[in-house]
Ligand binder design. Structure first.
Ligand code: SAH
Length: 445
């Protein structure tokens, strides 16, 4: 009996203690928030009184995972799960100020993330519509914003590249992930007199302010920034990703294997002519095509683990827009994963030029009508063979490379296997998760 009373008293005391420490924590968060606004946001030139007041009020620590709460008022972005981040407080302040909200605006946000930016906007505008492409984030932001009592925020899971037609036009559009160029649907959904704040670019991003007057867009660069890339046109079952069937490959040629082997050379110069869809299909089939009913492929693979994914960078191919495509062996087709040109942002230029510069300036990549990009998911093979699997993947890339060489030679095409490039730069440019091992530009001899 006595023992139980002691435990009870201990529990009560403990309870009081945690209550008082919660209070202390609350006070310290208020102080941290004050310091954040004064030292990081006001000091750097954000002047809008309403923006500053809201940032003093909204509890940023409620928008980050438990383990980062202590860091919520730091001068930096923070992880929020799914490889995404909540933006640096200053950037939130700056972007919000640029929208010049007075209270009756309809605002569209692309990239809900934690919901913090949406909450700030909701206190300054009439209605906030926010789109997040990653479902877990969209779900948790929706719950968080509801729990915090926001009634003027609508969260949707979807591709923000397309905007939110149903509620357009918007007086303000704020984009918190970076597309390589300004998405056309967003320009269309901006109201007359409206303002859009958007980071644009791949390696080098610029924060831009766009205003629409008499239907015309005026663009102003604000500062260089660093945001996570806007996900678009990737393999997410996105309806934009139309599958393009390739012509069936030939399995009989006019030149013998012996002749092809004896003629094969690494060729770095190509005629300035486009390739046909048939030629492209033939090359991809020789690389990774299915050649047996049970799924066997053109090149041998350890334990049929098929760790190599084949991508095609198109510069000039008949009936194919420029861009990056993913080859699907099972249906012998292509799926576009990335646009090849930057229609709005004049700075971006073409993907081929950017790939050439990521490949240490090797000009033939810029000139070639296509470059086949071979990338590995090592885990598929190491999952079965352990560390030795790495060796098997490296062998397989050789088999595939040689097949492309021989198929190209047999069609009077020219190619070279490029292994020298900046791994991180190439991966980032093409937004690939796999490890890129070979770049093979192909053109006419
Ligand atoms: N505004 C957020 C920060 C977001 S980080 C905040 O206050 O916490 C950028 C977010 O954009 C990420 O969550 C990412 O998943 C999302 N995103 C990327 N591409 C997108 C797209 N096409 N449509 C909508 N959201 C996208």
């Amino acid at each position: 009996m006595k023992k139980e009373i002691v435990i009870l008293i201990a529990l009560i005391l403990l309870g009081c203690q945690s209550l008082s420490s919660e209070k202390e924590q609350k006070v310290s968060f208020i102080q941290l928030r004050e310091k954040m606004v004064t030292e990081q946001i006001e000091a750097r030139g954000v002047k809008d009184k309403r923006v500053l007041a809201v940032m003093r009020r909204v509890e940023r620590h409620r928008f980050v995972p438990q383990e980062y709460q202590r860091l919520a008022y730091r001068d930096s972005p923070l992880p929020i799960g799914e490889d995404q981040t909540i933006s640096q407080p200053y950037i939130v302040g700056l972007m919000t100020e640029l929208l010049r909200l007075s209270g009756d605006e309809m605002v569209l946000e692309i990239g809900t993330g934690s919901g913090y930016q949406a909450a700030i906007l909701a206190e300054l505008a009439k209605e906030v519509y926010t789109i997040e492409i990653l479902e877990p984030l969209a779900k948790s932001a929706k719950i968080r914003l509801k729990d915090l009592g926001y009634k003027n925020i609508k969260v949707k899971c979807g591709d923000g590249y397309l905007g939110w037609e149903e509620f357009a036009p918007f007086d303000g559009i704020i984009v918190t992930c970076a597309p390589p160029y300004i998405p056309k649907p967003l320009i269309e959904q901006l109201a007359e007199g409206g303002r859009m704040v958007i980071p644009v670019g791949e390696y080098y991003q610029e924060l831009k302010l766009l205003t629409k007057r008499k239907g015309k867009i005026q663009e102003q660069s604000i500062i260089p920034v660093r945001f996570v890339p806007m996900i678009h046109n990737e393999r997410r079952g996105n309806p934009v990703n139309k599958e393009i069937k390739l012509p069936s490959p030939k399995v009989k040629g006019t030149i013998s294997v012996e002749e092809t082997i004896s003629k094969r050379r690494s060729r770095r110069e190509y005629k300035d002519e486009p390739l046909s869809l048939k030629e492209v299909g033939q090359l991809l089939w020789a690389a990774s095509g299915i050649t047996a009913k049970w799924g066997g492929r053109a090149a041998p693979s350890a334990g049929a683990t098929y760790p190599i994914e084949t991508y095609l960078l198109v510069g000039r191919v008949e009936k194919l827009d420029s861009g990056l495509y993913h080859y699907l062996p099972s249906s012998h087709s292509l799926i576009k994963v990335m646009e090849g040109s930057r229609p709005v942002d004049g700075m971006g230029g073409d993907l081929r030029r950017q790939l050439a510069s990521a490949a240490l300036g090797q000009g033939m990549i810029r000139e070639a009508p296509i470059t086949i990009v071979l990338a590995a998911v090592f885990q598929r093979t190491t999952g079965r063979y352990g560390k030795r699997g790495i060796r098997y993947v490296n062998m397989e890339i050789g088999h595939i490379g040689e097949n492309i060489y021989l198929q190209a030679e047999a069609m009077d095409l020219a190619t070279v296997a490029v292994g020298a490039f900046n791994d991180a730069a190439v991966k980032k440019l093409l937004r690939l998760k796999e490890e890129v091992l070979y770049l093979m530009p192909v053109g006419r001899q």
